[in-house]
Design a protein around this ligand. Structure first.
Ligand code: TMP
Length: 218
């Protein structure tokens, strides 16, 4: 069985969008949603951490700035706790019904932020990924890539910074490098998009990518 067929019996695809703060995830997820609608593809749009009432509460706990130092292992386990709930309650049921899932971040973000950003390394994440997900993986990861300073300047304009956005620039360089390394290691699943181009060109690249993903299931 190929990896893409593990997810479901209906050829619905599990797409995730990743990238460092300020890469334009929200704008481009709206673009992808419209593209799926235009193709008549049934889909649901969700996010991590979050996507269910319990997982959204965990998101709020994770993102709220606090005086207490958050232990990196506690942070990692909360990400996977939210993910376990999200997969079972939202992602798998949708795919089983033939509904595509468009998810704003998933486990690749854990490799990038906890593995890279927090310097936790990747082995513990691999073990938790296997424990929580078994063989379940996204069919396609669209990685929006941009120099860190450009992204952070954009994110700063959005207002109050969450607990992650308050990290020093070095943290985001490690996050970006971890994403880029994963893209190199998983070329069949990762679609790297240069998000520094004008938006119109970014979206041409995204629609080309989506056409290729769709062609695989037709
Ligand atoms: P965002 O979705 O608005 O970017 O906020 C989510 C934040 O959570 C973002 O800073 C990345 C972080 N995050 C992790 O650190 N690990 C994870 O596994 C996920 C899904 C998100």
């Amino acid at each position: 069985m190929t990896e893409s067929k593990i997810n479901n019996l209906n050829n619905a695809r599990f797409l995730t969008v990743e990238g460092v703060e300020g890469v334009g995830k929200t704008t481009n997820i709206t673009f992808i949603s419209k593209w799926l609608e235009e193709q008549g593809i049934p889909y649901t749009h969700t996010r991590e951490p979050g996507g269910t009432p319990l997982a959204e509460e965990l998101r709020s706990l994770l993102l709220t700035p606090r005086d207490e130092q958050v232990d990196a292992t506690a942070e990692l386990l909360m990400m996977f706790a939210a993910r376990a709930q999200h997969i079972e309650q939202v992602i798998k049921p949708a795919l089983e019904k033939g509904i595509w899932v468009l998810c704003d971040r998933f486990t690749d973000a854990t490799y990038a932020y906890q593995g890279g950003g927090r310097n936790m390394g990747f082995e513990k994440i691999r073990q938790l990924e296997h424990f929580v997900q078994g063989d379940f993986r996204p069919d396609a990861v669209i990685l929006l890539d941009l120099p860190v300073a450009v992204g952070l300047a954009r994110a700063a304009k959005r207002g109050a910074l969450d607990r992650f956005e308050q990290e020093a620039e070095g943290f985001f360089h490690r996050v970006r490098n971890a994403y880029l390394d994963r893209a190199k290691e998983n070329p069949s699943r990762y679609w790297l998009v240069d998000a520094e181009q004008p938006l119109e060109q970014v979206q041409v690249q995204i629609s080309d990518t989506l056409r290729k993903i769709l062609a695989e299931v037709q």
